[in-house]
Design a protein around this ligand. Structure first.
Ligand code: AQP
Length: 327
């Protein structure tokens, strides 16, 4: 079986963009891959966080992983900070990555924009991400489109290391959805749906109440026409809603366009809200069940133990190849 690895940050509100762009794919892959899914809490520290909130969000994300349908019998789930090899390898890879490469990372530029000061961690974040992936000899990395550049950097770092020191890393391939790789904000459909958005109308959170979800969809920005047609360039709002509808109901966009021909945005949005609420309610039910029954800590503990074995093997090899003297 090929190995798949990906991670999500335990920050903000887990939203439909995270779910449709990446997490739903995790569930689809778990039967055919040896799958490792991480809660990347060290990445969350690149901006100041309230410690108690970070702890709660970490547990919440673990519950989400289980609630969306990841099966701990098939999939390994763990927190990044519980395997110290992530930080250790990140340092070693910082000594392989180039400053010029990090300067080109668009996410760093976007997140740092307008701030008086940013942490060094935000700058080196893509190297930690490379370490996360390379530590497990990952073959496939399912991510949203916003992570494509970081994946390319990961591949470059791995290739440079292998050429300079000898074969240590598998070169990973990104797996990006053809549809839904970039779910857009409901209130501003030219920008991506984002956890750190100022307005809650930007996103639909996976724990939101049906009433709120309904309201957000009915209010979602569309255009002055009333034609349900997929045309991301000229009709970004309705195209985004069509994407969401298609992925949530597993119905092709063309079928939806036909179904809503002549019916207008009102009828379309009403049905979309129903589809989204139905699917999210299932996730919420499972979330509450795991929360009530307990066991999430055991899943994380066992996950960390399992992946530590792979991580240690990689670290031994990397240290040897780099010439770190071992006694
Ligand atoms: N809008 C999106 N459409 C599709 N995929 C998305 N992802 C995020 N937003 C969208 C994918 O979700 C996974 C987990 O994301 P993350 O938590 O690691 O970090 P992120 O990309 O920084 O998430 P946000 O919401 O965009 O947070 P902020 O606002 O802090 O920037 C990743 O695979 C990501 O591609």
């Amino acid at each position: 079986m090929k190995r798949v690895f990906s991670g999500v940050q335990p920050t903000g509100t887990i939203h439909l963009g995270n779910y449709l762009g990446a997490m739903k794919r995790f569930v689809d892959l778990q039967d055919d891959y040896e799958s490792i899914f991480c809660i990347v809490d060290l990445h969350a520290l690149t901006v100041p966080r309230d410690p108690e909130e970070l702890r709660n969000k970490t547990r919440e994300l673990a519950l989400f992983y289980l609630a969306i349908g990841l099966d701990p019998e098939k999939t390994t789930i763990f927190t990044q900070s519980s395997v110290s090899a992530h930080s250790e390898l990140a340092w070693l890879l910082q000594c392989v990555a180039h400053v010029g490469e990090l300067n080109r990372m668009t996410q760093y530029k976007e997140k740092g924009q307008g701030k008086d000061t940013v942490t060094a961690g935000l700058y080196t974040y893509p190297v930690l991400m490379a370490a996360d992936i390379l530590l497990y000899q990952t073959e496939v990395v399912p991510v949203g489109e916003d992570q494509k550049q970081h994946l390319e950097l990961t591949r470059d770092i791995a290739q440079r290391f292998n050429n300079r020191y000898g074969e240590a890393f598998t070169i990973p391939e990104p797996l990006i959805n053809e549809i839904g790789a970039r779910i857009m904000a409901l209130d501003e459909p030219t920008k991506k749906m984002s956890k750190s958005a100022e307005s809650p109308n930007n996103y639909i959170g996976l724990l939101e109440e049906p009433k709120i979800i309904n309201k957000k969809i009915m209010r979602a920005v569309t255009d002055s026409e009333n034609e349900v047609r997929f045309d991301p360039e000229n009709k970004p709002g309705i195209s985004n809603l069509l994407t969401i509808y298609s992925l949530m109901s597993e119905t092709p966009v063309s079928e939806l366009e036909q179904k809503y021909q002549g019916l207008g945005y009102g009828a379309f949005k009403k049905d979309l809200a129903e589809v989204v609420v139905d699917r999210i309610s299932e996730i919420q039910d499972r979330y509450r069940r795991w929360e009530k029954d307990g066991g999430v800590e055991d899943v994380l503990r066992q996950g960390a133990e399992k992946v530590s074995v792979i991580a240690e093997e990689t670290m031994e090899r990397v240290k040897d190849l780099m010439g770190l003297y071992r006694v």
